[in-house]
Design a protein around this ligand. Sequence first.
Ligand code: PHE
Length: 341
Amino acid sequence: MSILEQLAQLRSEAEAEIRAASADKLNDLRLKLFSRKNGSLNAILRGLGGLSAEERPKVGSLANEVKAHLEGLLNERLEQLKNSVMEVRLQSEKIDVTMPGHWQNPGRIHILNQALDRIKDTFKSLGYSVVQGPEVETDYYNFEALNIPANHPSREMWDSFFLREGLLMRSHTSPMQVHIMEKYDPPVRVIVPGKCYRRDAVDSTHFWEFHQVEGLLVDKNVTFSDLKGTLDLFARRMGGHQRKTRFNPSYFPFTEPSAEVMVDCFVCNGKGCRVCKNSGWIEIMGAGMVHPKVLKGVGYDPERYTGFAFGMGVERIAMLSCGIADIRLLFEGDARFSRQF
Ligand code: PHE
């Protein structure tokens, strides 16, 4: 076979091979055809030496043409294979944008935190700082420094979880009154939100873990009317401008005088209903003027400084404002419950 015929044969055989090649064979095929050392084209051209001077350029230009042609085919085939791979992927990954989506239930701020946020905002706007304190307390801070000596009957008001000797889970946030006054000189103006623990039997209004917000203000010339004005404003900020407050005499060892603070029932507006047990009033917190003994104990001079303190149950406020009858619902973490508020 002449070199020209050989080239024509290579051309037609290679064309068929390229057309049938898969993507991973394509490179091998390229080498098989054009490799300098053992490619088919060069094998044929090695016969050039035996040709006459006029035949050589003809064969040379045909060889170039065949090479260019086959290279073009190889590239075309590569493109074609790439496209079809892409085609298959596009098909299999096709997204039907008209399909209905999966609804992801968004979370909701728990109503305890909602209530807490509103309480904090109200007192922050009155210039109070927000501080936090330890949930494990010593007997001294939870009781003794608050004028509740060992064996005093008023300890009955706080059924406590005792840890090892002298330590307990705080049964109210009032110990922070002492911590704060020990650390800072007057004037002080703080609220203390936090978790408290009591060995209470669980029922619809009691749980062994709950939250309080303590308030403390100490300065020169602070009077009971400052306390009344502050809590009156608080009640109106939380429950609407028409709210009224009432202060009933009460007893806490660390305040004198002490009061339980009532608001007129915001369900029936004081007429009497199930929520206020027909009294027209709802108790929202304990309060009073800081006892001189407590002031002395932290090194404040009760002749120069007076102050007031109050403590409210956050669960109670959240339940009242959302009309929830059972405290246990607040601790179950059921999203169907939380989502309603
Ligand atoms: N610590 C009291 C309680 O838990 C509430 C209170 C706080 C009363 C501050 C007076 C002043 O019942």
